[in-house]
Unconditional design. Structure first.
Lengths: 1111, 520
């Protein structure tokens, strides 16, 4: 509490004389404020109940105790208030007022409670009064973001004890001595302290900025911000402290498991279920810049991330809000002296586990089986003993220990008139696979200027420069390569061993030259620059214009060394491409806010204008270089232009919002946005997206207050519609295809033109109607908070290129289908976030648990017929894109079992039960329709890739400078489809397989485990058809992060001029609990191949050591 | 004063707000592509669309790779190397007649035949509209004829290999996306017949083509394919009438120019009615092997057939050899009942009774075919491999013939046979034999005997030209011929009545509700 006292400088006496004068004034003002602040609701002080049982303790100890156990803190002057007096206090759940009455009963101390702040003053004011040179300054203090007046703000003349508080309308009047040199210091809980020079002005209006770590967070929403307690929508708010210091490659990893309703898999983010078949990527807004370039954001610069989930919050982004919105707010400067912050770490990452692959001898046995069963001969080499000797563990050759490091530094500070924030960051990271490495450099500059009372402006410039090098080997080849092979063979071009298709009978490739002989390099300069200005011509009316450009310049190079491997001879070659993008955006908003009586109203209207957004690229290539040291396309033998493409884009939107609050109890938010998208034909171009939300702060009602249970109880309901146009450009119009269309006539390649893609002239907006019912609750002096939401999202007219008949003739091989408004889907679910924070002595801890349940069901189909994309089917009554295939019912264990099945089929007039080539040991598929024969009609739902349950748990502990974070995340109710089953487990491929195949059927005497079929090349039974054998549970629980930090005591570091010095260690993915037998149960993929595991590189297990220094 | 500035500034910004509300900003054209509304409206653009139809032949699943291989294995005219047998499971399934509706090969043919149809329909619609609108134009008329010819060819393949299929007769299929199967296969044949007739009327004679137009469909090609269509439908009189129209327009090249039909020296000769044009261009990719040519940066109009059918030492990938079982086809008794080796043996394959030197016409001069020393049972194709001329087999642009005049002559023999004119039949067979220097059949034969001679003649003449499977299939002797051969090779007799037609691919059944759940 002394800290508070010193900080505010309140009551700090210069002389006794002065002191008495001041206390009188302050007390008078404070009393006045208390009177007028009746409806400014000192909620906390009224709702908080304190229990104390202290005997023979000093007043100071009692006050300390109260501070420890509550959020109250005391301001007083030790010389005026006797705090050494001994008292006995016994209180059981008493309001603070009662306790203070008891402590100071009939004593000469008065107290004033404002929310959590309690000011103690001597009761008897002095009568000393002196006249000095002074003026009266008055003004209004408002919230910098909401523009609402702020009652109860402390205002103090710097270096003196003169001060006051603002009234219910945020107004104050203060007599300031020596006005030309005086400075006002303004402070308020949850807001940044602000100093304003008086310089003779008699009216000083100040806007205070919220401090993000405050108790009642200000939550950024679209085109504005609100206090969390005034929120009507569903917003997951994650601040920089929650984000922690982790190695992250993308924003998805940063927010995974941190809030409810957020589903992240391999960096892909989905908010509240899968609403669409095309892109379900949420809209990203960086510092108010729609569709900002996330590549320019250094994770270290992030102040907070808000995830807007329901229509009420997203509808203001209308067209692009259907998949949720992620608002990223970067750090900014604060008025004050220069602050320097440094954060650096270094660490390593490794593969999370090794998978079982057959050894040489097991592989050779497998090849014997597979060849023999296919009626083929075993080569002499495969009969020799030397191929049974293990030579290379290909898995070890492909993976490595990856190094990672990061260095970040930022400078910030400023004055009342201008603040600055500059940051520079550098990251280096290697892949856990040999080959790829990347480095990124980030620079950000952010300045805010208070040019005059009615004009504010600022800039926010961010640049990033990335260098990505190297290519990883294909993981499939790591499994498939025969273990008896060495890595190198000097007789081959490039020096790598190769598998001979003849003697080895195998088509496997040495995985290494794919990486070591291929040298891609990508250099990207990304930028996002933004200027803004705000004009307030009339009080409460703010016009804001924001103009920015984002985009990038890229240069990609690929040098390919010559090598031979297997049947392939790769010539050396070089290709290079350049690309750029340029995306300007201008937004105007006009906001009017007014408070009259018990009504608070805020109206906003605006538009978004994006024009001349364009980009493109060009590529060149050449092969057969005589020498390899200079990489220039003109030095190669065959030169070609490989591509030239361009895009342009424009976007126009109008939007408006009404916020109304009645009596601080009832909240109403109405949004509307109208968007035009050039992705639709002119007649279908415009979409209108409204939303309404209401909230009731029930804790403000007497009947709830009297329950003495809730510190907060707010119920919310919202309804709204948002849109999605995430399809390619120009899909509504036909396109003439000319690329590579030739026919040689007369020895000349005559170029041609045709069509390759079915146009979609009638497509219209996809829209999502969303309903949310939610409640925010706080108990136990706000230490327990609960946020619960129930939501229903109905997406209609889902835009998707439904696989149309192959007989339409479109597509190169696949695709080319017209986009149609294909389906309707419903996502229903609930989400709950429970947080508990408390202190036990010096230990501060918090536990946050979140859980989301989503049920996804297709409710209608635009083409009236289920459709199948690869193994993912979309049909009414099922989850979108569920896995569709045959049901594997073990293997035919004996020839007689197979004969019986065939005989039964023949009795029904079929040639056989399954295939002509089916043999004992092949998979038996279930005849689901009972017609006696296996056909496409025997396929059914064999799995669902959309997790039903998402959960996360964050635990933080702080103890005497130590901080600890444990963060768990998991999913349940999801299936994976092992897309590589055919190549790595099917037993039909002439290459090494996973150890799974060891359990195969070999003969009636050695039937294996009854699940894994026999090995046979050419797959006569089609064991590789999509079936339930390829599906397994994708449930997992991961310990995503475990970190421990230690901050040296300030008393120690300050001597070295360091404000803050923290060391930390953090580990990612330390533990995974899952039955999944692949590398990583976290399988990504787009909506239609989600959970389709084609062996992506797993998330590494990593550990970092870091240091943070603040000056 | 300050207030005034505020108002001025505000009004300025509000003006800007107004400006930034113009909806015209969204009216812009695709910067990468023309649209079909504005393109394909001039003779040269329509001609480009015709090139687009022809280029469909190059796809992975078509002639650049899968088509020749597939019909060679179905006819047992090749033998896989052990490596190919171990690694090429999709084609091995075709070899063993274990194909079903999930076969990627069968689905690939389907897709590509319909791609030809789509692209033909584009030309037919655009060219017809042009002629209606602008009047007569020789170039557009020829383009229209080519489109009808190619569509007719595609529907012929569909009718023959798949039977009843969905019909797509216009470019705009928006009202007919879920087209059902035709009631009868005849409906499909009828479309093909009508198309060939249109082509026959619209196309010019090949003799009028300049060198730069050789390779295009011509009137003769339309007549030949129309006749073949009648023959396949057993309408022998109509077939013969069409074939007769070709008298004097095409001829069999002499024996010393036989290889012209299968290498790159002289292409589109007087024996060629229609051939797929391949051409090697520097920097080109091997077609089909690792991706489709369309979308490739380089001009890719070459075939990987040579690569697949030649051995490693000579530069090949060594997937397919000449089927040893077929060697016997070239050994038969002459009229005096003496053992006879057909002269086409040495023209068709290397090894044994075939040719035993390679690179005869190359600068390095004749080199011995060495496999005979190590394993006399290893034969390789000479036909279509260009190995007499060149070692580096990658750079191959050998045309693949879809109909040469020898076929017309032997089809006429079949018409004669089926209409009871056995001497006429033998006479046509002898024309083909005479050209190559094989002895003449001089006896009198029963219909069965004559049919056997015709069957042998077609087998020897068209070995490796994807003809035998078609013949066995249309003659109804697929099981009786293939099962004994497959019994020897694989120990199985997989050919049944079901093997005559490829199934409608599952991808079509899954995506075309018009077919019903079982594709019937």
């Amino acid at each position: 509490m002394k800290k508070n006292l010193d900080y505010y400088g309140l009551f700090k006496p210069k002389s006794n004389w002065h002191k008495i004068f001041l206390t009188m004034k302050i007390s008078a003002f404070l009393l006045f404020c208390c009177l007028v602040n009746v409806f400014a609701n000192p909620t906390y002080s009224q709702l908080t109940k304190i229990s104390l049982n202290i005997k023979d303790a000093s007043v100071e100890d009692v006050l300390n105790k109260i501070e420890d156990e509550s959020e109250f803190y005391f301001l007083y002057n030790q010389k005026l208030v006797d705090v050494y007096r001994k008292v006995d206090i016994e209180a059981d759940k008493k309001p603070i007022k009662d306790i203070l009455d008891a402590i100071f009963d009939k004593k000469d101390v008065d107290f004033i409670v404002y929310d959590r702040q309690i000011i103690l003053t001597p009761r008897n004011e002095s009568e000393y009064i002196t006249v000095i040179q002074q003026i009266t300054v008055s003004g209004t203090i408002t919230d910098a973001v909401t523009r609402e007046p702020m009652p109860g703000v402390n205002i103090l003349v710097k270096g003196t004890n003169l001060g006051t508080l603002t009234d219910a309308n945020g107004k104050y009047t203060l007599t300031v001595p020596n006005p030309n040199n005086a400075t006002l210091v303004l402070s308020f809980i949850g807001y940044k302290v602000k100093e304003v020079p008086v310089v003779g002005q008699s009216i000083i209006n100040v806007a205070l900025e919220s401090d993000i770590i405050s108790l009642d967070d200000v939550v950024v929403i679209g085109y504005g911000s609100v206090k969390k307690s005034d929120l009507t929508g569903s917003v997951a708010s994650i601040n920089s402290k929650d984000l922690g210091y982790r190695q992250v490659s993308d924003i998805g990893s940063l927010i995974q498991g941190k809030g409810t309703g957020i589903d992240v898999a391999q960096g892909k983010i989905r908010i509240r279920g899968v609403t669409s078949l095309n892109s379900t990527d949420p809209l990203v807004v960086i510092d108010g810049f729609i569709g900002g370039n996330l590549g320019t954001v250094n994770a270290d610069d992030i102040e907070s991330i808000e995830v807007l989930k329901d229509a009420s919050s997203t509808a203001i982004y209308g067209a692009r809000g259907a998949n949720g919105v992620i608002l990223v707010t970067t750090k900014g400067g604060k008025a004050g002296p220069l602050k320097i912050s440094v954060n650096a770490y270094a660490g390593i990452g490794v593969r999370p586990k090794k998978i079982g692959i057959m050894n040489a001898s097991e592989y050779v046995d497998y090849m014997h089986d597979a060849l023999t069963n296919a009626g083929q001969t075993i080569s002499d080499k495969l009969l020799s003993p030397e191929v049974r000797i293990d030579v290379t563990d290909w898995q070890d050759e492909v993976f490595r220990v990856a190094r990672n490091s990061e260095f970040n530094m930022n400078f910030s500070g400023g004055s009342e008139k201008a603040t600055y924030f500059m940051s520079i960051g550098h990251k280096f990271g290697e892949s856990i696979a040999i080959g790829p490495e990347s480095s990124s450099t980030y620079i950000r500059n952010k300045n805010d200027f208070n040019i005059s009372k009615w004009l504010r402006a600022g800039n926010n410039f961010a640049f990033n420069y990335n260098i990505d090098k190297g290519r990883e080997p294909w993981l499939e080849h790591e499994v498939q390569m025969p273990p008896y092979y060495g890595i190198y063979d000097p007789t081959q071009v490039g020096g790598y061993s190769y598998v001979d298709t003849d003697t080895d009978r195998s088509g496997a490739y040495n995985p290494l030259p794919q990486s070591t002989c291929s040298h891609p390099e990508a250099y990207t300069l990304g930028y996002q620059t933004n200027l803004w200005a705000e004009i307030e011509p009339v009080k409460g009316l703010v016009y804001r214009i924001q103009a920015g450009v984002s985009g990038n310049f890229g240069r990609n190079k690929l040098w390919q060394d010559a090598f031979s491997g297997g049947a392939r001879v790769q010539k050396n070659g070089y290709s290079e491409s350049s690309n750029y993008s340029f995306s300007p955006l201008i937004e105007n908003t006009l906001t009017y806010s007014h408070v009259f009586d018990i009504h608070e109203i805020s109206v906003m209207a605006g538009n978004t204008w994006q024009n001349y957004a364009l980009g493109g690229g060009i590529g060149i290539t050449s092969q057969d270089f005589a020498k390899t040291e200079v990489h220039n396309v003109f030095l190669g033998d065959t030169k070609n232009i490989t591509n030239q493409d361009a895009w342009n884009y424009a976007y126009l939107s109008y939007f408006g919002r009404l916020n109304y609050q009645f009596n601080n109890k009832y909240l109403l938010t109405v949004n509307i946005r109208r968007d035009g998208s050039p992705r639709f034909a002119p007649q279908n171009r415009w979409g209108t997206f409204p939303s309404v939300a209401v909230a009731w702060k029930m804790h403000e009602e007497a009947f709830i207050k009297n329950l003495n249970i809730f510190d907060q109880l707010k119920i919310r309901a919202s309804w709204g519609v948002s849109g999605n146009d995430a399809i390619g450009d120009f899909r509504y119009s036909s396109q003439v295809w000319t690329n590579g269309v030739y026919y040689p006539l007369g020895g000349i390649a005559v170029s041609g033109a045709t069509v390759n893609e079915n146009s979609s002239p009638d497509i219209k907006w996809e829209s999502t109607e969303s309903k949310t019912f939610g409640a925010d609750m706080a108990f136990l002096e706000n230490s327990l908070t609960v946020t619960a939401d129930y939501f229903i999202k109905n997406t209609n007219d889902i835009l998707f290129s439904v696989p149309r008949p192959a007989s339409l003739g479109y597509g190169l091989n696949y695709g080319g289908d017209a986009i149609v408004n294909a389906a309707s889907v419903e996502n229903k679910g609930f989400e709950i976030l429970v947080g508990y924070k408390d202190e036990a002595g010096k230990l501060t801890y918090s536990i946050n648990a979140n859980y989301t349940n989503v049920k996804n069901e297709v409710t209608g189909l635009g083409v009236g017929q289920p459709y199948l994309s690869n193994v993912s089917r979309t049909a009414v009554g099922y989850p979108i894109g569920y896995f569709y295939g045959y049901v594997a019912d073990g293997v035919f264990m004996t020839q007689s079992e197979l004969d019986a099945a065939n005989a039964a089929a023949q009795a029904k007039g079929f040639a056989n039960y399954q295939e002509a080539g089916t043999s004992a040991g092949d998979i038996r598929f279930k005849d689901l329709n009972g017609d006696g024969h296996i056909t496409g009609n025997d396929r059914t739902m064999i799995g669902n890739s959309i997790p039903k349950h998402l959960y996360g748990l964050n635990i933080t502990l702080d103890y005497k400078g130590f901080d600890f974070i444990a963060y768990f995340q998991g999913i349940a109710g999801a299936d994976h489809f092992y897309g590589d089953w055919a190549y790595l487990r099917g037993g039909t491929y002439s290459a090494n397989q996973e150890a799974y195949v060891l359990d195969r059927w070999r003969s009636e005497a050695e039937p294996g485990n009854g699940i894994v079929p026999r090995a046979v090349l050419s797959d006569p039974n089609l064991n590789n058809r999509p079936s339930s054998i390829m599906v397994q549970s994708g449930n997992y629980l991961k310990l995503r992060q475990l970190s421990l930090g230690y901050t040296l005591p300030e008393s120690f570091t300050l001597k070295a001029g360091i404000e803050n010095l923290r060391f930390y260690a953090s580990a990612n993915n330390l533990l995974t609990i899952s039955n999944y037998d692949g590398y990583d149960p976290e399988v990504g993929g787009d909506n239609l191949n989600r959970g389709y595991d084609n062996l992506p590189y797993p998330n590494p297990r990593s550990i970092i050591l870091g240091i943070q220094i603040g000056f | 004063m300050k207030k005034l500035i505020n108002i001025k500034l505000l009004s300025l910004l509000l003006v800007f707000f107004g400006v930034s509300c113009s909806e015209d900003i969204m009216d812009f054209k695709n910067p990468n592509s023309y649209t079909t509304d504005t393109y394909f409206n001039t003779p040269s653009e329509i001609e480009k669309a015709v090139i687009g139809i022809y280029s469909s032949f190059y796809f992975n699943s078509m002639y650049a790779w899968k088509w020749p291989e597939t019909f060679d294995v179905l006819a047992n005219e090749v033998e896989p190397t052990p490596a190919a047998a171990a690694n090429e499971s999709d084609i091995m399934a075709m070899y063993q007649y274990q194909f079903n509706n999930t076969s990627g090969i069968i689905a690939g043919f389907w897709r590509l035949l319909y791609k030809v149809i789509l692209r033909s329909n584009l030309v037919i619609d655009k060219a017809s509209a042009y002629l209606d609108d602008k009047g007569e134009n020789a170039d557009v008329t020829r383009s229209l004829g080519e489109a009808y010819f190619l569509r007719g060819w595609a529907y012929t393949q569909l009718a023959f290999y798949y039977g009843r299929v969905p019909l797509r007769l216009t470019f705009d299929q928006s009202g007919n996306v879920d087209a059902p199967l035709t009631e009868t296969v005849k409906e499909v044949w009828d479309v093909a017949e009508s198309d060939f007739k249109m082509a026959k009327d619209l196309l010019p004679e090949v003799s009028t083509y300049s060198f730069d137009d050789l390779g295009r469909a011509s009137k003769g090609a339309a007549i030949g394919f129309l006749g073949k269509l009648y023959l396949y439908n057993k309408d022998y009189a109509k077939a013969e009438a069409e074939f007769a129209l070709l008298d004097g327009k095409y001829s069999l090249v002499p024996a010393n120019r036989w290889e012209e039909n299968f290498d790159e020296t002289v292409e589109n000769n007087e024996e060629s009615l229609f051939a797929i044009q391949f051409q090697w261009f520097a920097g080109g990719e091997l077609n089909g092997m690792f991706g489709d040519p369309e979308g490739h940066s380089t001009t890719s109009t070459n075939t990987c057939h040579v690569k697949l059918y030649t051995w490693g030492e000579i530069g090949g990938w060594d997937n397919w050899r000449f089927q040893p079982m077929r060697v016997n086809d070239f050994q038969y008794k002459d009229e005096a009942n003496n053992d006879y080796v057909d002269p086409r043996a040495a023209l068709t394959f290397y090894g044994g009774i075939g040719d035993n030197t390679v690179l005869d016409n190359s600068p390095e001069g004749p080199q011995p075919y060495t496999f005979a020393n190590t394993d006399p049972q290893i034969y390789y194709y000479k036909k279509y491999t260009n190995l007499e001329n060149l070692r580096g087999t990658q750079e191959s642009g050998i045309n693949l013939s879809l109909m040469r005049y020898a076929d017309v002559v032997l089809m006429r023999a079949e018409c004669k046979l089926e209409t009871g004119d056995i001497p006429g039949c033998i006479s046509f067979i002898n024309q083909v034999r005479d050209r190559i220097g094989a002895f003449q059949y001089l006896g009198s034969y029963s219909k069965t005997e004559a049919f056997d001679l015709l069957k042998r003649e077609r087998q020897i003449e068209f070995m490796g030209e994807y003809v035998r499977f078609n013949d066995l299939k249309r003659w109804g002797i697929l099981e009786t011929t293939m099962n004994p051969e497959l019994q020897i090779i694989f120990g199985i007799q997989p050919v049944t009545a079901e093997s005559y037609l490829f199934p409608i691919p599952q991808i079509e059944i899954d995506s075309n509700p018009g077919l019903g759940p079982t594709g019937n």
